[in-house]
Design a binder for this molecule. Structure first.
Ligand SMILES: Nc1ncnc2c1ncn2[C@@H]1O[C@H](COP(=O)(O)OP(=O)(O)O)[C@@H](O)[C@H]1O
Ligand SMILES: [Mg+2]
Length: 294
């Protein structure tokens, strides 16, 4: 039996000229219908890539994935288009609001794409904007809205066609703590009150703790899965050890990279890309270990 959302051994390789980036290296996860889960991990660990595959924006290089029970790894581009329109609401890290359109028009756009009737559109857009607390800002363009308000428009637009699944890429990334907390409160209500399955990529442990399960991702793989109700100590010992091991590896990797570059075995582009990624992972591990009191 396949889960509502499931990935098995996902691999994603990006080819940029002569630079090869392995964004996912065998990532497997399962999400039950009606769950709200968080995905945490360092920059460059593959979180956005994973959401883009689940959201039907790009194909994996290898591995399989199912969304709402459908095998999307063997879906046609047209089927993925339909998935994006009606099955998965996607809130991008960059929001993707159209600057020349008002809040109302931005939310209406996904409904126009599937030809929903005019009366239905008007009611739905108005209801959604009221629900996210933007009833009085419907005719403002994105530039005339605050960061938190823009985020609300993006959420309303993602919900326009009433998809059963909502995926959000760092929805509070650029927001101050209070504004971010309100956004998270709303996303949780999308799960509990509207019954949608919600995936949130976040850097914030306080947000992760409010979800049903926390997937930790590193180097394009799942490192651990934890319920917030489990005591911090339960998984902590194991995680500290894994972080320490991985930290030791990163030091070795940086040394190897430098050597490969000096001996001209890798291009400057590959060197820069891998160096940057490994540094990011190293910094993340140092910060996490520090946070855990090590
Ligand atoms: N379109 C792309 N082309 C080339 N490399 C990419 C592309 N998107 C992401 N990457 C690379 O893949 C890795 C994972 O990126 P991403 O999924 O954005 O991670 P995260 O969201 O966790 O920061 C990074 O090394 C990133 O530079
Ligand atoms: Mg990202």
């Amino acid at each position: 039996m396949v889960s509502y959302i499931e990935t098995r051994d996902l691999v994603k390789v990006y080819q940029l000229g002569d630079v090869e980036v392995q964004a996912l290296r065998g990532l497997s996860m399962k999400v039950v219908k009606g769950e709200i889960i968080s995905i945490v991990g360092p920059s460059g660990s593959g979180k956005t890539t994973l959401l883009n595959i689940i959201g039907g924006l790009t194909y994996a290089t290898a591995g399989k994935s199912w969304v709402a029970g459908e095998d999307i790894s063997s879906s046609s581009p047209a089927q993925l288009g339909a998935l994006r329109q009606t099955v998965v609401g996607h809130i991008f890290q960059t929001l993707n609001l159209i600057p020349t359109l008002t809040a109302y028009e931005n939310v209406e756009l996904p409904m126009l794409a599937i030809d929903s009737p005019k009366d239905e559109r008007k009611k739905r857009v108005t209801d959604l904007l009221n629900q996210v607390g933007l009833g009085l800002r419907m005719n403002h363009k994105p530039d005339e809205l605050s960061g938190g308000e823009k985020q609300r428009v993006a959420i309303a637009a993602a919900l326009a066609n009433d998809p059963p699944i909502l995926i959000c890429d760092e929805p509070t990334g650029d927001l101050d703590t209070d504004t971010g907390a309100k956004i998270v409160e709303f996303l949780i209500s999308v799960n509990t009150d509207m019954g949608k399955t919600v995936l949130i990529v976040t850097h914030d442990p306080a947000i992760a703790r409010q979800t049903d399960r926390i997937y930790r991702i590193m180097d394009g793989r799942i490192l651990s899965v934890q319920r917030p109700s489990e005591s911090e100590e339960a998984g902590a010992e194991m995680r500290i050890q894994m972080y320490k091991d991985r930290l030791a590896e990163t030091a070795q990797e940086l040394e190897d990279l430098q050597k490969a570059y000096n001996e001209q075995r890798i291009t400057p582009g590959t060197f820069a890309e891998r160096w940057h990624n490994t540094q990011q992972t190293k910094r993340f591990l140092e910060e996490e270990l520090h946070r855990m009191g090590v």
